[in-house]
Structures are given as C-alpha cells and as structure tokens.
Design a protein. Structure first.
Length: 366
C-alpha cells in the first residue's frame, strides 16, 4: 500500500492549446513508498542501510556517546565519532560492535533502532520493516542471537541474515549461483572474511578477527615505542589512510603527527614516513595473507582452477590499503583486483538479494 498526494490542485492552470497539452503530460501525483524492505551492514566501523529500490540511504559510523551515570544516549553516528578521545568525565564514546559482532547489547540495540527510525520515518506510513543483516561468516550462535534480539527490539518485523563474504561476492557481480568457483576477501573494521563460493554456498572459508582496527592499534603502538608519542584512534586512522601501504611506495611519503609526549607530558609534533607505518602494520597484514593461504589450501582442485582463471576480488575498507592487491599477487601468484567501491560492496550485494529473491534467496539464513 502506498500513500499518495494529489499535486494537480497546486499547479497553475495552463493557458491555450499548448498549455492544455502540457496539462495532459503532467504527472498526476507523487508517490512515497514506505521503507518496508531494508538491508543493513552492521559493521564494526560503519553501519550502512539500503532501502529496496532507492539504494544506500544511510552511512554512519558505528559509534554512540553514552552518559555514564544515566545510560542515556548523547549522540549516535558521526556526531558521536567526533567525540572519540574528546569526551569529558561522565560521557563515554562507545563502539558497540567489536570484531564484527555485538559487544555491547544495550548500546547496539539503541543505535540500530536510531538508524532504522531515521530511514523508516522518511515515509508517511510507519511500517515495521523486513530486514536482511550482514554477519561475519565465522559468527557463533550466541553472537547470531545477539544480532537477532537487537533487531527485534529495534522494531524489525522479519529478520534474515547473510554472510558478509557472500553478500560482498554478489555485490561485486560474481556468479555465486553457478558451479564456477569465486573467491572474495572482505576486510572490514573488525574481521577479515575469506571465502570460496560456488552454487550459492560457501565451500571453504577463513574468518579472522583482524581488520582495520588492528591496523590502527598497531600504528598507536608504533608511535608510542618509536617516538614516545601518545595518539588516539582517530589520529591513527588518519595515518593509516594517508601513509598506509603493504608494499614500498615510490616515492615514500611523509606526514606531521600531533600527540602528547610521554616523557614531558606536553603536546608535540613529529614527522613520520610511510616506510615506518608499513613496518608497523606488517604483522596484521601478514595474518590476512595467511588467512588467504589457508582458504586456498582447503579449496577443492576444480574450484582452485576457476580461481586461477578468474582471480580474487578484494572488498571492504581494508582493501583500500595501497599495494595490498599487489602483495597478494606476489604471495599467491593469482590475479587480484579491488572492487570499484569496496566500502559498499556488502550492502550493495544485500540490495541485489532484495531485488531478486528468486535468484539469491537461498543464500539467506533465519
């Protein structure tokens, strides 16, 4: 059911024969469609919501600011992310998602309810939506139950789930429903999911709790040990984006970093280069490469031949680390490409499932 409003009465009366012709060509009404079918990528770093037929309508950081005394939410999303490392006593900036799953149930429920309300309230008719939520492939039953309970408390009518690497593969256009083997690596904020997919199922996978957050923490420790400089996670994330790389850069780049000197306790500026940052993130990058190796070792030979021919697709925010595709090419000898928009590949794939249940419906779980 759709709500309609007639706009003809508000339009000026056309004059003459040409005006009458234009009058017949005017749209008779404008239609608002209730947001009744949604796809949610509830990620460690960002939450994306897609409405069927409209595309991605919300992309916000998965952060909430909480009053420590009352438990009230002071801010959610980008507003709360700006508070990270800057909050006074009594206000906590909380990231309720850790390693791709819910770590703080109460805050996650309120955050999800807030995001869904922003989307649903755009329509005139308030309806309880049917939602597909993306979850890591290695999620446990307890973690799955936490996602389900949070969604139901937020007002979801019907909830189904899809594994993130499966949604990412659909989002980048891989033929997941065919017998041809496809391999996708989804590097998120908290997890890295490596999966070989064929016949609408995950044949073998390797899911590790290593992602963008691990890279940030490695940079924080590097700045502490090398320069005796204390920096926060937002600064570490900026360093990762500006200087992070998996292979040597030509030329190497430099950046001024502000923080607090651990010796004097005073604010300080140091200049760092991309080679030092690359050494700092080498360990978590190596864990990702080893996960890819493990998945390839478990792959049946027929599917391995398909991967040799069609290659590997990199998705997720971690895919934007410069040179990561080249490093994987050097380590595996397989062709590797990065999706054009890796940050939204998971939620785009879930949107394709919404558009074509007949083709992709069997990849969902309840």
């Amino acid at each position: 059911m759709t709500a309609t409003v007639d706009l003809i009465s508000a339009a000026p009366e056309p004059i003459g024969q040409d005006g009458a012709e234009r009058r017949r060509q005017l749209p008779r009404r404008r239609t608002w469609r209730p947001a009744s079918e949604l796809a949610v990528d509830l990620g460690t770093a960002n939450t994306l919501v897609l409405v069927k037929g409209e595309g991605v309508v919300l992309n916000e950081p998965s952060v909430a600011a909480v009053d420590a005394a009352t438990g009230n939410i002071m801010g959610i999303g980008l507003e709360a992310k700006r508070m990270l490392g800057r909050t006074p006593d009594g206000i906590l900036a909380v990231r309720p998602m850790k390693d791709g799953v819910i770590a703080n149930f109460d805050v996650a429920e309120k955050m999800l309810r807030h995001f869904l309300r922003l989307v649903i309230d755009r329509s005139i008719l308030k309806v309880k939506p049917s939602v597909i939520v993306c979850v890591p492939s290695g999620i446990t039953e307890v973690e799955r139950r936490a996602v389900r309970d949070s969604a139901r408390s937020a007002g979801v009518k019907r909830l189904t789930m899809v594994a993130e690497p499966m949604a990412a593969a659909i989002g980048v256009g891989l033929p997941v429903e065919t017998p041809v083997g496809s391999m996708v690596i989804d590097i998120g904020g908290g997890t890295t999911n490596v999966a070989v997919i064929a016949l609408s199922g995950i044949v073998c996978d390797a899911s590790i709790r290593t992602g963008g957050d691990e890279l940030d923490q490695a940079i924080v420790q590097y700045m502490r040990k090398t320069y005796s400089l204390l920096i926060g996670e937002p600064t570490a994330e900026r360093i990762k984006i500006r200087l992070g790389s998996a292979v040597p850069l030509v030329p190497e780049e430099e950046l001024d970093v502000k923080g607090r000197d651990l010796v004097s306790g005073l604010p300080k500026i140091v200049r760092i280069d991309s080679s030092g940052v690359r050494d700092a993130i080498q360990e978590p990058i190596s864990r990702i490469v080893n996960a890819v190796r493990r998945a390839l070792e478990m792959t049946p030979p027929e599917l391995a031949s398909d991967i040799l021919e069609f290659g590997i697709v990199l998705t997720g925010g971690g895919a934007l680390i410069r040179g990561l595709d080249q490093l994987l090419i050097d380590e595996t000898g397989l062709p590797v490409r990065v999706d054009e928009d890796p940050l939204t590949s998971v939620v785009r794939g879930t949107g394709r499932i919404l558009d074509d249940y007949g083709r992709y419906g069997n990849v969902l779980t309840t």
